[in-house]
Design a protein around this ligand. Structure first.
Ligand code: UN1
Length: 511
């Protein structure tokens, strides 16, 4: 593919890439070769030399040293450097968006959208660099002043997933940098090239601003690199995005050493469709949520909970909408749905389909693994819909594939109970024009998720809000609002500007 070669050249990606970077030194790791294969056409794109333990220790040492310098640079000055990174990302938006699409398999539109999220978080972080506010309190003692301030926390380990191979890093790194932290990124082993390309894009900014070596590090590699980060007391915060299984392993290891973790894990996101729903808005919302990124977002719509009176109509409309879907090369703007990430994901899709049937579910849009020359990678599957019961074990489980479950409800309390009755708690939505229903859904008696939307779907969150969820989703929040606080340590300060030493709580102590 000639076009892809041009993109790789522009992004500095070669046939064999240095998989270890301190921001200044980009070197081959000693951990063996990591192959990047495109799910679009099954072709090997390029490879990287991944990190072994000695590379890991080399990088962590650089990061620890860099933190000593970086934390002393004023936050707005760090923000200025992040601003320049945003400008670089603007320049390379088309190339990086195209590589995201080719290496990961999401549509080009979504690949470009992902780079846009990176640009947006840079802008957000620049503003934030002047707004790392603490509170001041009134002391109970005369001539005393109390306030809290936020200090940089240290080295941040970022473990990201293949589905948002670069945006999730930027949500973490851009905030961490303005907060005064340094970052070590372990990208998904399924998408190393977009990570190395992102580092190449910001490299000139690091150089031109004399940013200390170690502020922006990359360690490509598999699960063991994540485990090293999780177990290492030198890593102050481990931010991990991915499966609940991975998050539990990371969370346990970090907790064992009483470190800090930010976990953003699986979702099992539902949309409630009430009788007053505007179906012209709801149907595209459902379909985009369920088939966008081939159902591989953590916010993908997995369950539709429909009121009995309109159940048949919604079902028919969904069947009709699914019949229009075009599946194929995601770089072709005419396609709605690209491939799954790899053949293993296809097996998971097939396994889930079997489990749905075994449990008693009925497919109303049939599942299928697609064959033929345009699907030669073996990673393309048909988005499907099954009528199920919420209690089925497979429905309780997050399958990273475009399988949509249809569930019937009678009254609103039942709908909310079904929505909440899964182990995960990331994103949720309701389509209604009834203010009582929407307010109930948003109330403490409503959705138990970190994200609850009205008249929009479950995916496609903006960076300005805090992103994450409850229960097995891990409880962490990334991106907007006050998510920055997890990247800093809080310090409470009490200052006595008087001539006496009154004690708190009125305690008398005289010597
Ligand atoms: C993810 O799938 O890990 O809300 C993140 C969305 C995106 C982020 C998804 N902005 O769909």
């Amino acid at each position: 593919m000639e076009n892809i070669q041009t993109v790789l050249d522009a992004l500095g990606i070669q046939q064999l890439n240095n998989g270890v970077s301190t921001g200044k030194v980009h070197q081959a790791g000693n951990g063996g070769i990591l192959e990047a294969v495109s799910p679009v056409d099954g072709k090997r794109i390029a490879q990287a030399n991944q990190a072994d333990r000695s590379d890991y220790d080399f990088v962590v040492q650089k990061a620890v040293e860099a933190f000593k310098i970086w934390k002393q640079i004023p936050a707005p000055k760090r923000g200025e450097i992040v601003r320049q990174m945003g400008d670089q990302l603007r320049k390379f938006k088309t190339e990086l968006g195209t590589l995201v699409s080719y290496e990961m398999g999401k549509s080009l539109q979504e690949g470009l959208g992902e780079v846009q999220e990176m640009i947006d978080i840079c802008d957000f972080a620049v503003g934030l660099s002047r707004q790392l506010y603490g509170l001041s309190m009134h002391s109970e003692r005369p001539q005393h002043r109390m306030y809290e301030q936020w200090h940089p926390i240290g080295v941040v380990g970022i473990i990201s997933a293949f589905n948002f191979p670069v945006a999730v890093w930027s949500w973490n790194a851009m905030l961490a940098w303005v907060c005064g932290d340094v970052c070590i990124w372990k990208p998904s082993e399924k998408t190393p090239l977009t990570a190395l390309a992102s580092q190449n894009i910001i490299k000139t900014v690091l150089e031109e601003n004399d940013v200390p070596e170690g502020v922006s590090c990359i360690l490509t590699g598999g699960r063991e690199v994540g485990a090293w980060l999780a177990n290492d007391p030198r890593i102050a915060l481990v931010s991990a995005t991915g499966s609940t299984r991975m998050g539990k392993a990371v969370g346990e290891a970090v907790a064992r050493r009483l470190g800090k973790s930010l976990l953003e894990l699986g979702g099992n996101n539902a949309i409630i469709i009430t009788p007053s729903a505007d179906l012209h808005v709801a149907i595209p919302g459902i379909v985009f949520g369920a088939v966008g990124t081939a159902g591989q977002r953590c916010t993908s719509t997995r369950r539709i909970i429909v009121q009995a009176e309109i159940y048949e109509e919604v079902k028919q409309r969904l069947v009709k909408a699914y019949a229009q879907l075009r599946i194929g090369n995601p770089l072709d703007a005419n396609m709605h749905v690209g491939p799954l990430i790899d053949k293993d994901a296809v097996s998971q899709y097939q396994l889930a389909v079997e489990k749905v049937i075994d449990a008693g579910g009925t497919f109303i849009v049939e599942p299928q693994v697609l064959n033929g020359p345009e699907f030669s990678s073996g990673c393309y599957v048909a988005p499907c819909i099954a009528e199920v019961q919420n209690r089925y074990a497979i429905v309780q489980h997050e399958t990273f594939a475009p399988i949509l479950y249809l569930i019937k409800y009678n009254d609103m309390e039942e709908a909310i109970a079904i929505q909440n009755d899964v182990p995960q708690g990331l994103s949720s939505a309701i389509f209604t024009l009834n203010i009582r229903e929407s307010e109930l859904f948003l109330s403490h008696a409503g959705s138990d998720c970190g994200i609850a939307n009205v008249n929009i779907g479950t995916s496609g969150a903006e960076i300005g809000g805090a992103f994450g969820g409850e229960k097995e989703t891990g409880g962490g929040r990334e991106s907007g609002s006050d998510a920055w606080k997890v990247y800093m340590r809080r310090q409470t300060n009490t200052i006595n500007y008087g001539t006496a030493l009154p004690l708190a709580q009125g305690i008398k102590f005289e010597i």
